[in-house]
Design a protein around this ligand. Structure first.
Ligand SMILES: Cc1cc2nc3c(=O)[nH]c(=O)nc-3n(C[C@H](O)[C@H](O)[C@H](O)COP(=O)(O)OP(=O)(O)OC[C@H]3O[C@@H](n4cnc5c(N)ncnc54)[C@H](O)[C@@H]3O)c2cc1C
Length: 376
């Protein structure tokens, strides 16, 4: 089977790329190892720039009714006196972003495949790649596909990256994120995150009655927390969160994600393009991983649109030039936050807390943080 673009991986990033380039008239196949379309019940924050891109490709209208806007972010440190907050009104915005169920974005994108004539192949796992002068051949567990380019949107353990021999740097954060939803009576539109002694704990509003929690916990404690009863776990969340939260009641299973960093050494070569987690995987403490992936999609689809697939070399070099530095900068910021807040040394903690408070007072620095959070 012959296509212009073969997309491996139908997560939000791959599906958005498929839809965006198919709208330009290219023939697209999306292959996924899953036996049916994904429908994740995880909730994620998406920023202003991602929302604008989803609007531009005309899928936001099918997501916005279930998306919950947040207009404030408050971050503080339990051990010191550091505090910083971001407010939409300060930035002249109506909100800073939305909390969305990942499955709702996946569904809106996959539903749009029919409109843009994208062919989806479930239960197709990539097993081999052969590159000739002008084509690329993908072998799966079922059949072969031929295309002009291949998109690796197959997540952090990308086969596209491995089979095309793109090397990467990776290391473990030695933390596991525990994700769970709670019923709660908190009635504002604020994301709250506190840096506890065992890792950052964030509560994100999903609607006026529920919150989703992401707690990245040092591995030595994470397994203990996973083994607790629901009541014991809820009481630990309340204790570590430190602020009075009324009526916190666990309303979902606890999911866990081992956390590590990964950066591919190049994002594109020889007709192969990596987007999203296959190219870069960061700590979730700022909720920016998916936003960075949508940024890749926006950039790559714009390059394909303006150059056409005959100019592969130009697209390859421009894509690497624009996305590698952005993502390396983001990874460095996450690393600084993670290491800074993981410090047990009192002097480092004092310095860090002063920096936090100064940042909260100095508007230009806050504006920089705000830009990173909303416009990455
Ligand atoms: C706890 C946690 C909280 C997070 N919160 C946020 C947040 O609030 N905001 C945010 O922006 N980011 C957040 N992130 C990051 C975000 O979840 C990821 O960056 C994003 O989901 C990556 O999407 P993707 O489409 O690149 O990959 P994935 O969603 O991993 O999709 C990969 C797809 O490829 C398929 N696949 C894999 N291998 C093969 C193969 N060999 N052949 C065919 N198909 C294959 C898989 O089946 C899957 O469907 C969070 C991450 C974690 C761990």
């Amino acid at each position: 089977m012959n296509y212009d673009v073969i997309v491996i991986g139908s997560g939000v990033v791959g599906s958005a790329l498929a839809h965006s380039v198919a709208r330009e008239g290219l023939s697209v196949a999306v292959l996924d190892a899953k036996s049916e379309p994904p429908n994740s019940y995880r909730h994620l924050s998406i920023n202003k720039k991602s929302r604008q891109f989803l609007e531009q490709i005309e899928v936001w209208q099918n997501i916005k009714n279930s998306a919950f806007p947040y207009d404030q972010i408050k971050v503080w440190d339990q051990e010191g006196t550091g505090f910083i907050d971001f407010d939409a009104t300060e930035a002249g915005l109506s909100n800073l972003g939305y909390i969305v169920r990942e499955g709702d974005i996946q569904k809106a994108l996959i539903d749009s495949f029919k409109k843009s004539d994208i062919q989806a192949f479930w239960d197709h796992s990539l097993e081999g790649i052969n590159i000739t002068d002008d084509r690329i051949i993908c072998e799966t567990n079922k059949e072969s596909f031929e295309g002009k380019i291949i998109i690796g949107s197959d997540g952090v353990n990308s086969q596209v990256r491995n089979l095309s021999k793109i090397s990467s740097r990776s290391w473990s954060y030695n933390q596991t994120a525990i994700v769970a939803n709670f019923e709660s009576s908190a009635k504002d539109n604020c994301i709250r995150q506190t840096f506890t002694s065992i890792g950052p704990l964030a509560l994100l509003p999903m609607n006026s009655k529920e919150m989703t929690m992401i707690w990245s916990i040092d591995d030595e404690y994470a397994y203990k927390f996973l083994a607790m009863t629901d009541l014991e776990f809820t009481s630990e969340v309340k204790k570590y969160f430190g602020e009075h939260i009324e009526d916190l009641k666990l309303s979902s299973k606890r999911q866990n994600f081992p956390l590590h960093h990964l950066s591919a050494k190049t994002f594109a070569k020889n007709r192969v393009f990596l987007v999203g987690d296959s190219a870069h995987h960061i700590h979730p403490l700022a909720g920016l991983g998916l936003n960075a992936g949508i940024g890749d999609v926006d950039c790559l689809s714009e390059l394909i649109k303006s150059n056409g697939l005959d100019q592969i070399n130009k697209i390859t070099s421009s894509y690497n030039r624009s996305r590698i530095p952005v993502n390396l900068g983001l990874a460095a910021s996450m690393e600084a936050f993670k290491r800074g807040f993981g410090q047990k040394n009192i002097w480092v903690r004092l310095l860090r807390n002063s920096a936090f408070n100064i940042a909260n007072e100095l508007t230009p620095l806050k504006k920089k943080f705000m830009k990173l959070a909303t416009e990455l």
